[in-house]
Design a protein around this ligand. Structure first.
Ligand code: IVH
Length: 720
C-alpha cells in the first residue's frame, strides 16, 4: 500500500525509521535506514531470483525501493556504493537492454466530464478551422488498464518488443513478448516495417487464478491485474512470463514504412486482419454527443468485461487530420482519454495547514484521518484556496451546493488519475456543533508579512518576497530541482540546511560557494557527514552545471506561470539569453512590438507574458537574476529542426489562409524550426501571403523579402 505525499513504508517491514517521514529523518537515522534497506533489498532479490521463493509482495518491494530512493534524494551524500538504486529496476529490470523508440510513445490528455469532451471537440475544430456543421468523425474505444508495449515487425517478423519506459527509451522485452499468445510472431500483408502498439493486460479470471497459485506455493501475490501484468512481462527469465496468462490489445502504431490506411478505423481493422486482437467495443462516433453515449455504454459494461479499463479513448478518425493536428510536448492533439470517475471515500478533516509556495501563494492543505482510496492511503488533500473552502468557485457561484468545509467535518475524498487527492463533498449532518467557518490567515504564517489577495486572483499571497523564508527556500528548491539545475548532491534538504545556515539565500550564492568556502570549508566539513571529499564533490557538481541550456535557465527562475514547456517555448523563440533579456526588459505590457512578438508565440498567453515581463523588470528580481547569469555559461537554444528548409527563418503569415488555420500554420512552422512573427521587418525571411494580404505584403515587397502563397509554402515545407 502506498502513502501519498508522505513516504513511509509498510509496518511489517521493520525498517528502523520506516514510520518517520523522509523529510523528518536526521542524518544518522537516514544513514542507518539506508544500510538496513540495502540489506533488505539484497535479501528480497535473492529470495526472488536465486530461490524463486519471494518473501515480500511486489508492493512491499516497490515501497522499499521508493523509500530508499526518497532518502537518497534527501541525503544524496549518504548514498551507498552498494545502493539498491543502482540495480536498474531492481530485481525485475536488471539486465534488460534499452531500446530507443523510433517514434516516441506518448501519453494521453484527460477529460473528466462531458464538458471536457465538448471542449476537446471544439479545440480540434478551431485548430482545423472547421465550423460546427462540418463533419468530424472520431473513434471511441476502452482505455485498457495495463502497460503499453511496442512491437516491431520487419519483413512481417517480430524482431523487437519494448516497454514504454520514459516514452523515449524503453526496455527490451522481446523474449518475453514472444511468449504472449495474442502477439503474432509473423504477419501477413504487413508493410516492410511496422511497429504495432497496444496494451498488455491480464484478465480478472487469470489474475485471480495466478494469485491463488502463487499463494499456494507461497509465492508473491499481486495487488491488482495491472501490477500482475507488469510484473509478469518484466521478468528477466522469459519462462516465467510464459507461465503467466498475458493478453494484448493493439490500438496504435509507431514507425511504419507505408501508411496502414487513411483512417484510424481502417488501420485498426488492418491490424485485426493481420492477426492482432483489437477491442470489440471500438466504435465510430460523429461528435461529442455520440462519444459520450458510447462512453456511457462502455461504462455500463465495465464490471462485466472481465478485464480492467479506466476510461474511454477518443481519437480523430481521419489520419490526415491526425497528422495536421500533431502533438503537444507529450500528448497528441487528436486524442483524449475520458476517464471514469475516481473512487471516493469518507474521512475526517483533522486540520487545515497553510503551505507557502515559491510565488508566495498561501495554499491550504487538508490533513485527513488516513483513509484508503483505490488502494492508496490518503492523509492529505488540496483545498486550493479560501473560496474553495467557503464553497464558491472563482466567479462566486456555489460549489458543493455552497457547503463550506470546516475542521472536524466528515469529508469525501477522491483521486482523479494520479493527482493529489481532492475533496468532493462534505457531510453537514455529521458536522460537530462547535465547528467554525475556516478563515485563511491574512498574515504569512512563515514571515508574518501581510498576505493579500489581489482583485481577480483566487489566491492570497505573502508580500514578503525574498524576505519570506518559505518563498526564498521554495524558490531555491525549485532552482535545484530535477527539471531545473539538477545539481548532484544539492537537493531540497541541503538547500534548506544551507539556507538556514545563511550560506545560500539566492541562486547566485550557489555558484560562489566554493570561493566563499575556501577558507570557511571547515564549517562545512565539521558538519556531520561532510568531509573534504564530499564538499569538493559538491562544488565540482555545481561547476558542472554552470553550463546550462537557455530553456532550463528560464524554467529555473521560478517565474509564475512559466513551467517546463513554456520555458522551452520561450527559449526556442528567443534562442539566446541576450535576446530574451533584451526583449523582456524593453517590452511594455499590452503594447508594442516586443509584447506582440512575445504573445504571438504559440502557447504564450497574456497572463504568462505579463508574469514574465513583470518579473524580468522587477528590480530585486533582476538584481538576483543578473548575479546568477554572471556566474553561468548559458547555451543558446538549438533550433528544433535544423534540417528543415525553413529552420532558423523568420516567417510572417498574412491574408486569408485557405488550407490551414493560423494556429496550425504557426505550430507547424515552429515545429520545423522557423520563428513566426506577427509583423514584417528587415529580419523577416519569408512572407506567406494569402488572399486579401495588404500592408504587410506591400512592406515585404519594399524590403525585398521573399513572398509566397500558401501552396508554395506548403510545397516548401513538404506538406503539399
Ligand atoms: S492511444 C498517441 N488507446 O493509455 C497515443 N492508449 O494514458 C497512443 N492506453 O500510454 C495511445 N488503452 O498505454 C491508446 N485504447 C487505447 C489505450 C491506450 C490504454 C494507454 C496507453 C497510453 C496511456 C495514456
Amino acid at each position: 500500500m502506498r502513502e501519498v505525499q508522505v513516504a513511509t513504508i509498510s509496518e511489517n517491514m521493520h525498517s528502523p525509521f520506516g514510520e518517520t517521514a523522509v523529510a523528518e529523518l536526521t542524518r544518522d537515522q537516514a544513514k542507518a535506514e539506508l544500510a538496513w534497506l540495502a540489506g533488505a533489498l539484497v535479501a528480497a532479490n535473492t529470495a526472488y531470483h536465486r530461490d524463486d521463493a519471494p518473501d515480500i509482495s511486489d508492493a512491499e518491494y516497490d515501497a522499499l525501493k521508493r523509500r530508499n530512493a526518497a532518502i537518497e534524494a534527501e541525503f544524496p551524500d549518504l548514498k551507498r556504493s552498494d545502493s539498491p538504486s543502482d540495480v536498474v529496476g531492481g530485481a525485475i529490470a536488471e539486465g534488460f537492454g534499452k531500446i530507443k523508440h523510433v517514434v516516441r510513445m506518448l501519453s494521453l490528455g484527460n477529460a473528466f466530464d462531458d464538458d471536457d469532451v465538448r471542449d476537446f471537440d471544439q479545440r480540434i475544430r478551431k485548430y482545423l478551422g472547421l465550423v460546427d456543421d462540418d463533419a468530424l468523425t472520431y473513434t471511441a474505444e476502452p482505455k485498457i488498464d495495463g502497460l503499453s508495449l511496442s512491437l516491431r515487425y520487419e519483413g512481417g517478423r517480430l524482431v523487437q518488443a519494448a516497454t514504454r519506459g520514459d516514452g523515449e527509451t524503453g526496455e527490451n522485452v522481446t523474449a518475453n513478448a514472444r511468449t504472449i499468445a495474442d502477439i503474432p510472431q509473423k504477419l501477413k500483408g504487413a508493410p516492410d516495417v511496422l511497429e504495432v502498439r497496444g496494451e498488455v493486460y491480464m484478465s480478472h479470471a487469470d489474475f485471480a487464478a495466478l494469485n491463488a497459485r502463487q499463494e499456494e506455493k507461497g509465492g508473491k501475490t499481486f495487488a491488482n491485474p495491472r501490477n500482475a501484468a507488469a510484473g509478469s512481462l518484466r521478468q528477466l527469465d522469459a519462462t516465467i512470463t510464459k507461465s503467466r496468462p498475458l493478453r494484448f490489445f493493439a490500438y496504435a502504431w509507431g514507425d511504419v514504412s507505408a501508411p496502414l490506411a487513411e483512417t484510424q478505423w481502417d488501420a485498426i481493422a488492418r491490424l485485426a486482419a493481420m492477426g492482432f486482437s483489437t477491442n470489440p467495443l471500438t466504435q465510430k462516433c460523429d461528435g461529442p454527443t455520440q462519444l459520450i453515449a458510447h462512453y456511457k455504454r462502455i461504462e455500463a459494461q465495465r464490471a462485466d468485461l472481465g478485464y480492467d479499463i479506466d476510461g474511454v479513448v477518443y481519437k480523430v478518425d481521419d489520419l490526415a487530420l491526425q497528422r495536421r493536428l500533431g502533438f503537444r510536448s507529450t500528448t497528441p492533439r487528436w486524442a483524449v482519454a475520458h476517464k471514469f470517475p475516481a473512487e471516493l471515500a469518507w474521512t475526517v478533516l483533522e486540520a487545515i495547514d497553510i503551505q507557502v509556495g515559491r510565488t508566495g501563494a498561501l495554499s491550504p492543505v487538508a490533513r485527513l484521518r488516513p483513509v484508503t482510496v483505490g488502494g492508496v492511503v490518503v492523509s492529505n488533500a488540496t483545498l486550493h484556496n479560501e473560496d474553495y473552502i467557503a464553497g464558491r468557485d472563482g466567479n462566486g457561484a456555489p460549489i458543493r451546493g455552497g457547503r463550506d468545509i470546516r475542521v472536524g467535518d466528515h469529508v469525501q475524498v477522491y483521486r482523479a488519475g494520479d493527482v493529489i487527492p481532492k475533496i468532493n463533498d462534505v457531510d453537514l449532518a455529521r458536522r460537530p456543533k462547535d465547528a467554525k467557518p475556516y478563515v485563511l490567515p491574512t498574515r504569512c504564517p512563515e514571515c508574518g508579512s501581510d498576505a493579500i489577495r489581489e482583485e481577480g486572483d483566487a489566491i492570497r499571497r505573502c508580500t514578503g518576497g525574498i524576505i519570506c523564508p518559505a518563498q526564498a527556500v521554495e524558490k531555491l528548491k525549485h532552482f535545484v530541482s530535477r527539471a531545473a539545475f539538477d545539481i548532484e548532491g544539492l537537493g531540497a534538504k541541503q538547500v534548506e540546511q544551507f539556507y538556514s545556515d545563511g550560506w545560500i539565500t539566492t541562486p547566485a550564492d550557489i555558484f560562489t560557494l566554493r570561493a566563499r568556502f575556501d577558507e570557511g570549508l571547515q564549517q562545512l566539513k565539521n558538519r556531520e557527514g561532510w568531509g573534504d571529499k564530499s564538499a569538493t564533490n559538491l562544488f565540482d557538481a555545481i561547476d558542472e552545471k554552470r553550463q546550462i541550456s537557455l530553456a532550463r535557465l528560464i524554467f529555473s527562475l521560478g517565474i509564475r506561470h512559466v513551467g517546463e514547456n513554456s520555458a522551452a517555448l520561450l527559449a526556442n523563440h528567443y534562442t539566446s539569453w541576450a535576446n530574451f533579456e533584451d526583449a523582456m526588459t524593453t517590452a511594455t505590457i499590452g503594447d508594442g512590438p516586443a509584447w506582440d512578438a512575445l504573445t504571438s508565440i504559440d502557447g504564450v498567453g497574456t497572463v504568462m507574458a505579463t508574469s514574465v515581463v513583470t518579473t524580468m523588470q522587477q528590480e530585486a528580481e533582476r538584481a538576483s537574476i543578473d548575479l546568477l547569469v554572471a556566474q553561468l555559461d548559458v547555451q543558446d537554444a538549438e533550433l528544433r529542426a535544423t534540417d528543415s528548409p525553413v529552420a532558423g527563418k523568420t516567417v510572417v503569415f498574412t491574408g486569408t489562409l485557405e488550407r490551414m488555420t493560423r494556429a496550425e500554420a504557426k505550430a507547424r512552422a515552429e515545429s520545423l524550426g522557423a520563428k513566426v512573427s506577427g509583423s514584417v521587418s528587415a529580419k523577416t525571411d519569408i512572407l506567406v501571403a494569402g488572399p486579401g494580404a495588404g500592408s504587410k505584403a506591400k512592406k515585404a515587397t519594399e524590403l525585398g523579402i521573399e513572398t509566397m502563397d500558401e501552396d508554395t509554402w506548403l510545397a516548401l515545407i513538404g506538406d503539399a
